[in-house]
Write a protein that binds this ligand. Structure first.
Ligand SMILES: [Zn+2]
Length: 353
């Protein structure tokens, strides 16, 4: 198996990593991050599990990274993404794992966000010989299929010369992710049509590399059991149609599983067999981060109200130091990710030398 240099992978190295996942029957967790605590926790968890990993930012996560107080929200979304990418480029190699850098759902109003990030990658390519991100997602699944595909063609034409990839969505992931998406959609839209996958393959693979978030009943967020009907056989049917029509090898589509939080383990397992190389996880890691600080505050309640104990004068500096409780958040986040690496069978599979 070919090895890769530790750090951010893009271009041919990204394709090598992706192929290793599909050939090896495993996938990488794609974890939404919002700041250095979550980014470092993802890299620490990946290193601990000797797995490669996808680090991704939603538009809201990127804005939060730049700071909620920045007056120009659009600028914050762009510069927050750039800043986060620079942080990962500097540190990932020292964690000894390969990191795919990606941005999450961008619907029609967010197309200018994607174009602005590509401007920064073009600049980075000129100055440093590398793009900032490995790929961007363009999610035009709420629009008609022709607009979805033609706009994806336009964006991929900008990405391909930089060695970058695009992730698109066909069919609709239920629920809402950071303001993109809705709870009110027809049930049949929750399931991608194999014919649409074929159309995307025929038109996009000519231009560059694309991956596909195909909907098979998956929903963002965590719901009561029974409310979500996952049908991974939709992925299988889409792969079969492309393979037959275009005379390709098995599993020609590089598939992404959105709404991985709270999914049944058997369905995750089945999806891995149909060419899923990336599974997004956000809701469960958000909860894990919160749980970490919640438990700590419960155990150290006085330190969050007094610098010195009002009764016996005990100083609480060590307990209220933000490093103490932010570390608990990171540890709890890492524990949840340990589970994701096991579910996706990527433990010990890092390609990093
Ligand atoms: Zn998603």
């Amino acid at each position: 198996m070919s090895k890769l240099k530790a750090g951010v992978v893009w271009g041919d190295d990204y394709l090598t990593l992706l192929k290793a996942c599909k050939d090896g029957g495993y996938a990488l967790p794609a974890v939404n991050v919002i700041g250095t605590n979550t980014i470092n926790a993802v890299m620490e968890a990946a290193a601990k599990n000797k797995s490669d990993v996808v680090i991704q930012l939603s538009n809201g996560g990127a804005q939060f990274y730049a700071g909620k107080g920045m007056k120009d929200g659009f600028k914050a979304k762009v510069l927050g993404a750039v800043s986060a990418a620079q942080h990962v480029h500097l540190l990932a190699q020292h964690y000894g794992i390969c990191v795919v850098l990606h941005t999450d759902h961008a619907n029609k109003p967010l197309i200018p966000w994607v174009d602005a990030m590509i401007d920064h990658s073009e600049k980075s390519m000129k100055e440093n010989g590398r793009p900032l991100f490995s790929s961007h997602m363009l999610d035009l699944s709420a629009d008609d299929i022709e607009f979805n595909i033609s706009e994806s063609e336009r964006v991929l034409s900008r990405l391909a010369p930089l060695g970058m990839s695009i992730e698109i969505e066909l069919g609709v992931t239920g629920g809402e992710e950071d303001g993109v998406g809705s709870d009110e959609i027809d049930n049949d839209k929750l399931y991608t049509q194999p014919e649409d996958c074929l159309l995307a393959y025929e038109r996009l693979s000519k231009i560059g590399h694309f991956s596909l978030a195909a909907s098979f009943g998956n929903v963002h967020g965590v719901y009561k059991p029974g409310n979500v009907q996952l049908r991974p056989e939709i992925l299988k049917n889409s792969q079969a149609l492309v393979q037959e029509t275009c005379n390709t090898d098995a599993n020609p589509l590089d598939l992404v599983f959105h709404g991985g939080s709270g999914s049944e383990k058997a369905k995750i397992d089945e999806a891995l067999g149909y060419g899923v190389f990336k599974m997004n996880i956000d809701t469960d890691t958000q909860f894990a981060f919160a749980e970490g600080v919640g438990d700590y505050v419960d155990a150290n309640a006085k330190a969050f109200k007094h610098q010195i104990d009002p009764d016996d004068g005990t100083p609480y500096k060590k307990q209220y130091d933000p490093r103490a409780w932010l570390r608990k958040c990171e540890e709890s986040f890492i524990t949840r990710l340990d589970e994701a690496f096991v579910d996706l069978k990527s433990v010990g599979k890092s390609l990093a030398e």
